[in-house]
Design a protein around this ligand. Structure first.
Ligand SMILES: [Zn+2]
Length: 331
C-alpha cells in the first residue's frame, strides 16, 4: 500500500522555486534592512501567513535553496530579477554583514562567499529574517522621530539598518535614544514580520537614562557607524588589537611567551579594573549583559584578546576594541 505523506513543499520543484516574484515589488527605502523590505510586503498584503511571504521571495516554506550551487540569497535575487541588487550588494547594504565582517577572520569572510551555506544560517545571519531577529542580541530598534518622518515622507515607517547594528542605541541624526520593538517570536514560529509604525515599542531602555549614559552610547554609536562598519573596519579592528599588544609588550606587561601577566600584578589588575569601568557604561544594553564583571573574568577576556589565537565573541571584541580606541595612550 502506498502511504501518502502530506508535504507542502511537494509541489515545489527546482525550476518552480526560481519562478519570478509575482505582484508589485517595492524598491528599497534609504538604508533599509532586507527584513524591513519583506515586512512591508507582508503588511501590504493584509492577513496572510508569515510563511507565505518567505515563500514569495525564497520559493520554499523555510527559505532553503533546492539548488546545490545557489544560496537562499541567490534564489531571492533570481526571483526578483536582480531588481533589488546582487547578492553581494544586498548583503553589504541591507544586512548586518557590514558590522560582523569587521570582526571576522579572513577565513570566515571567505566562507560567506561559499556557494551554498545552509539556508537557516543565511536567513538567521546576516539577513536576520529567522524569527524576525527579535532576540536579546538583536532586538529590532527604531527612533520615534525617524518613524514620524518616515510616515510623513513614505506613508510607512521602516527599519533603518544603521539603527540595527549591535551596540547602536542612539539615532545620531536626532541625538536621541532608540526604542526596541516589544514583540517576541512565539513557539516554533520561524518567521514574523513587523514594521515599526504598526508595532508597539518597549519603554525607553534604562541604560539610556540620563545624559551621561546617553553620551556613552552616542560615542559608541558614532564609533560603530562611522568607523567599524566602514570598508576599513576590519583593518581598524586588527590594528587596534595589535597596538594594544605592542603597548603591553613595551610596558613589560607580557610574559616571555607573550601572555598577559597575572592579575596578582597590581598594574595588570588596574588595567582589568579600567576595562571593567568601561564595560559598566554599556552593560545595561542586552547584548552586553554577560560581559565580565570581576577582575578575574576581565583578565581572562583580556588574555584572549592579547593572545590573538582564541576566538572572541563578536560583542566582546566590539567592546575590547572600543575600549582600546578610547583608552589608547593611557596604558
Ligand atoms: Zn531619528
Amino acid at each position: 500500500m502506498k502511504i501518502l505523506i502530506k508535504n507542502t513543499q511537494n509541489s515545489i520543484t527546482k525550476s518552480s522555486q526560481l519562478s519570478a516574484f509575482e505582484g508589485h515589488l517595492f524598491d528599497w527605502f534609504p538604508g533599509e534592512t532586507i527584513y524591513g523590505l519583506l515586512s512591508r510586503h507582508h503588511q501590504s498584503r493584509g492577513h496572510i501567513e508569515a510563511v507565505d511571504t518567505i515563500k514569495r521571495f525564497f520559493g520554499t516554506d523555510n527559505g532553503a535553496s533546492l539548488h546545490e550551487n545557489l544560496s537562499s540569497l541567490d534564489v531571492f535575487v533570481r526571483k526578483t530579477g536582480g531588481r533589488l541588487g546582487t547578492p553581494k550588494s544586498i548583503l553589504v547594504e541591507h544586512t548586518l554583514l557590514r558590522f560582523y565582517r569587521s570582526f571576522m577572520s579572513e577565513r570566515e569572510t571567505l566562507l560567506l562567499g561559499s556557494a551554498r551555506p545552509r539556508a537557516e544560517t543565511v536567513l538567521k545571519f546576516p539577513l536576520n529574517l529567522w524569527r524576525g531577529g527579535f532576540s536579546g542580541l538583536h532586538p529590532h530598534k527604531a527612533c520615534p522621530e525617524c518613524v514620524e518622518n518616515d510616515l510623513e515622507n513614505f506613508g510607512v515607517a521602516y527599519w533603518h539598518l544603521v539603527h540595527q547594528y549591535p551596540g547602536v542605541w542612539v539615532c545620531l541624526h536626532h541625538g536621541r535614544g532608540l526604542l526596541s520593538a516589544s514583540m517576541t517570536a512565539k513557539g516554533r514560529q520561524r518567521f514574523m514580520w513587523a514594521t515599526p509604525g504598526a508595532e508597539e515599542f518597549l519603554e525607553a531602555p534604562t541604560h539610556l537614562a540620563g545624559q551621561a549614559n546617553l553620551s556613552n552610547f552616542v560615542w559608541l554609536g558614532e564609533l560603530i557607524t562611522s568607523k567599524l562598519v566602514s570598508d576599513s573596519g576590519r583593518v581598524l579592528v586588527e590594528t587596534t588589537r595589535a597596538r594594544f599588544r605592542k603597548r603591553l609588550h613595551e610596558g613589560g606587561k607580557l610574559t616571555p611567551t607573550h601572555k598577559l601577566r597575572s592579575p596578582d600584578n597590581s598594574e595588570i589588575a588596574n588595567i582589568c579594573k579600567r576595562f571593567l569601568t568601561f564595560v559598566e557604561n554599556y552593560r545595561g544594553a542586552p547584548e552586553f549583559a554577560s560581559m565580565p564583571d570581576t577582575v578575574l573574568s576581565a583578565h581572562r577576556l583580556l588574555s584572549r584578546y592579547v593572545n590573538g589565537k582564541s576566538r572572541l565573541k563578536t560583542l566582546e571584541h566590539l567592546l575590547l576594541c572600543a575600549w582600546e580606541i578610547g583608552e589608547s595612550g593611557r596604558l
